[in-house]
Design a binder for this molecule. Sequence first.
Ligand SMILES: Cc1cc2nc3c(=O)[nH]c(=O)nc-3n(C[C@H](O)[C@H](O)[C@H](O)COP(=O)(O)O)c2cc1C
Length: 146
Amino acid sequence: MKAAVIYTSVTGNTEDLANQIYQGMRKQQMNVDFISINELDYDTLPDYDIIAVGTYTWDNGDLPMEMEELFIEFEEQDMSHVTTGVFGTGDSFYPYYCGAVDLFRDMLYVHTNLAVTLKIELTPQQDDLIRCEKFCDRLTRTLVPA
Ligand SMILES: Cc1cc2nc3c(=O)[nH]c(=O)nc-3n(C[C@H](O)[C@H](O)[C@H](O)COP(=O)(O)O)c2cc1C
Protein backbone atom coordinates (compact mmCIF):
# COMPACT_ATOMS: atom_id res chain seq x y z
CA MET A 1 0.00 0.00 0.00
CA LYS A 2 1.38 3.37 -1.01
CA ALA A 3 -0.07 6.61 0.32
CA ALA A 4 0.57 10.34 -0.01
CA VAL A 5 -0.38 13.44 1.92
CA ILE A 6 -0.30 16.33 -0.58
CA TYR A 7 -0.84 19.77 0.92
CA THR A 8 -0.50 23.51 0.56
CA SER A 9 -0.16 26.08 3.33
CA VAL A 10 0.84 29.73 3.60
CA THR A 11 0.68 30.52 7.32
CA GLY A 12 1.21 26.96 8.60
CA ASN A 13 -2.30 25.88 9.75
CA THR A 14 -2.86 23.36 6.97
CA GLU A 15 0.73 22.17 7.23
CA ASP A 16 0.18 21.38 10.95
CA LEU A 17 -2.98 19.47 10.09
CA ALA A 18 -1.25 17.66 7.22
CA ASN A 19 1.50 16.65 9.59
CA GLN A 20 -0.99 15.20 12.08
CA ILE A 21 -2.64 13.23 9.32
CA TYR A 22 0.73 12.02 8.07
CA GLN A 23 1.62 10.82 11.58
CA GLY A 24 -1.79 9.16 11.93
CA MET A 25 -1.36 7.26 8.69
CA ARG A 26 2.13 6.14 9.67
CA LYS A 27 0.72 4.77 12.93
CA GLN A 28 -1.45 2.55 10.76
CA GLN A 29 1.66 1.06 9.17
CA MET A 30 1.15 2.95 5.91
CA ASN A 31 4.04 3.75 3.61
CA VAL A 32 3.33 7.49 3.28
CA ASP A 33 4.95 10.31 1.30
CA PHE A 34 4.54 13.84 2.74
CA ILE A 35 4.53 16.22 -0.23
CA SER A 36 4.17 19.98 -0.44
CA ILE A 37 2.30 20.91 -3.63
CA ASN A 38 5.37 22.75 -4.93
CA GLU A 39 7.35 19.50 -4.89
CA LEU A 40 4.72 17.25 -6.44
CA ASP A 41 5.46 15.29 -9.62
CA TYR A 42 1.95 15.01 -11.12
CA ASP A 43 2.86 11.93 -13.16
CA THR A 44 3.20 9.91 -9.94
CA LEU A 45 -0.42 10.48 -8.83
CA PRO A 46 -1.83 7.21 -10.25
CA ASP A 47 0.95 5.23 -8.48
CA TYR A 48 -0.72 5.79 -5.10
CA ASP A 49 -3.43 3.64 -3.49
CA ILE A 50 -4.41 6.41 -1.07
CA ILE A 51 -4.10 10.20 -1.37
CA ALA A 52 -5.04 12.76 1.28
CA VAL A 53 -5.28 16.30 -0.11
CA GLY A 54 -4.90 19.27 2.27
CA THR A 55 -5.84 22.83 1.37
CA TYR A 56 -6.69 26.16 2.92
CA THR A 57 -9.42 28.34 1.35
CA TRP A 58 -8.90 31.63 -0.37
CA ASP A 59 -10.81 34.49 -1.92
CA ASN A 60 -14.48 33.90 -1.12
CA GLY A 61 -14.48 30.12 -0.87
CA ASP A 62 -12.06 29.38 -3.68
CA LEU A 63 -9.10 27.06 -4.26
CA PRO A 64 -5.63 28.47 -3.71
CA MET A 65 -4.02 29.09 -7.10
CA GLU A 66 -1.28 26.52 -6.47
CA MET A 67 -3.92 23.77 -6.06
CA GLU A 68 -5.61 24.33 -9.42
CA GLU A 69 -3.25 22.07 -11.37
CA LEU A 70 -3.75 19.20 -8.89
CA PHE A 71 -7.51 19.62 -9.24
CA ILE A 72 -7.25 19.34 -13.03
CA GLU A 73 -4.89 16.33 -12.88
CA PHE A 74 -7.42 14.42 -10.75
CA GLU A 75 -10.03 15.16 -13.39
CA GLU A 76 -7.86 14.26 -16.37
CA GLN A 77 -5.82 11.24 -15.24
CA ASP A 78 -7.43 7.85 -14.55
CA MET A 79 -7.68 7.97 -10.76
CA SER A 80 -10.68 5.72 -10.14
CA HIS A 81 -8.55 3.11 -8.32
CA VAL A 82 -7.29 5.68 -5.79
CA THR A 83 -8.97 6.13 -2.41
CA THR A 84 -8.95 9.79 -1.40
CA GLY A 85 -9.68 12.09 1.48
CA VAL A 86 -9.67 15.87 1.58
CA PHE A 87 -8.95 18.01 4.62
CA GLY A 88 -8.49 21.71 5.16
CA THR A 89 -8.38 24.66 7.44
CA GLY A 90 -10.50 27.77 7.09
CA ASP A 91 -11.99 30.65 9.00
CA SER A 92 -15.73 30.59 9.73
CA PHE A 93 -15.68 34.40 9.64
CA TYR A 94 -15.92 33.98 5.84
CA PRO A 95 -19.27 33.07 4.20
CA TYR A 96 -17.88 29.97 2.42
CA TYR A 97 -16.17 28.20 5.31
CA CYS A 98 -13.52 25.80 3.93
CA GLY A 99 -15.00 26.22 0.44
CA ALA A 100 -11.89 24.69 -1.17
CA VAL A 101 -12.53 21.45 0.76
CA ASP A 102 -16.06 21.36 -0.67
CA LEU A 103 -14.77 21.96 -4.21
CA PHE A 104 -12.24 19.12 -3.92
CA ARG A 105 -14.83 16.87 -2.23
CA ASP A 106 -17.31 17.20 -5.10
CA MET A 107 -14.65 16.56 -7.77
CA LEU A 108 -12.97 13.65 -5.91
CA TYR A 109 -16.36 12.03 -5.39
CA VAL A 110 -16.75 11.83 -9.17
CA HIS A 111 -13.19 10.88 -10.18
CA THR A 112 -11.85 8.78 -7.26
CA ASN A 113 -13.01 6.58 -4.39
CA LEU A 114 -13.65 9.46 -1.96
CA ALA A 115 -13.65 8.12 1.61
CA VAL A 116 -13.67 11.09 3.97
CA THR A 117 -13.44 14.86 4.46
CA LEU A 118 -12.31 17.02 7.38
CA LYS A 119 -12.61 20.77 8.06
CA ILE A 120 -10.73 22.47 10.89
CA GLU A 121 -11.12 26.03 12.16
CA LEU A 122 -7.74 27.73 11.67
CA THR A 123 -5.11 25.75 13.55
CA PRO A 124 -5.69 22.20 14.87
CA GLN A 125 -6.43 22.08 18.63
CA GLN A 126 -6.13 19.20 21.09
CA ASP A 127 -9.83 18.38 20.56
CA ASP A 128 -9.21 17.95 16.85
CA LEU A 129 -6.79 15.05 17.36
CA ILE A 130 -9.61 12.53 17.57
CA ARG A 131 -11.11 13.91 14.35
CA CYS A 132 -7.72 13.47 12.64
CA GLU A 133 -7.53 9.88 13.87
CA LYS A 134 -11.01 9.18 12.53
CA PHE A 135 -10.03 10.72 9.20
CA CYS A 136 -7.04 8.35 8.97
CA ASP A 137 -9.10 5.32 10.04
CA ARG A 138 -11.73 5.95 7.41
CA LEU A 139 -9.15 6.64 4.72
CA THR A 140 -7.16 3.46 5.29
CA ARG A 141 -10.24 1.25 5.61
CA THR A 142 -12.15 2.39 2.53
CA LEU A 143 -9.96 0.83 -0.13
CA VAL A 144 -11.01 -0.03 -3.66
CA PRO A 145 -11.39 -3.83 -3.94
CA ALA A 146 -8.48 -5.38 -5.90
C1 LIG B 1 -7.58 36.91 1.87
C2 LIG B 1 -8.07 35.70 2.61
C3 LIG B 1 -9.23 35.08 2.19
C4 LIG B 1 -9.73 33.96 2.87
N1 LIG B 1 -10.91 33.39 2.45
C5 LIG B 1 -11.44 32.36 3.16
C6 LIG B 1 -12.68 31.76 2.78
O1 LIG B 1 -13.33 32.17 1.80
N2 LIG B 1 -13.16 30.72 3.53
C7 LIG B 1 -12.49 30.24 4.62
O2 LIG B 1 -12.98 29.30 5.26
N3 LIG B 1 -11.30 30.77 5.00
C8 LIG B 1 -10.76 31.80 4.30
N4 LIG B 1 -9.56 32.36 4.69
C9 LIG B 1 -8.89 31.81 5.90
C10 LIG B 1 -7.77 30.81 5.59
O3 LIG B 1 -8.23 29.74 4.78
C11 LIG B 1 -7.28 30.24 6.93
O4 LIG B 1 -6.63 31.25 7.64
C12 LIG B 1 -6.34 29.04 6.75
O5 LIG B 1 -6.21 28.38 8.01
C13 LIG B 1 -4.98 29.41 6.23
O6 LIG B 1 -4.25 28.21 6.05
P1 LIG B 1 -2.66 28.12 6.11
O7 LIG B 1 -2.22 28.56 7.50
O8 LIG B 1 -2.39 26.68 5.89
O9 LIG B 1 -2.12 29.01 5.04
C14 LIG B 1 -9.05 33.46 4.01
C15 LIG B 1 -7.86 34.09 4.43
C16 LIG B 1 -7.37 35.20 3.75
C17 LIG B 1 -6.12 35.86 4.26
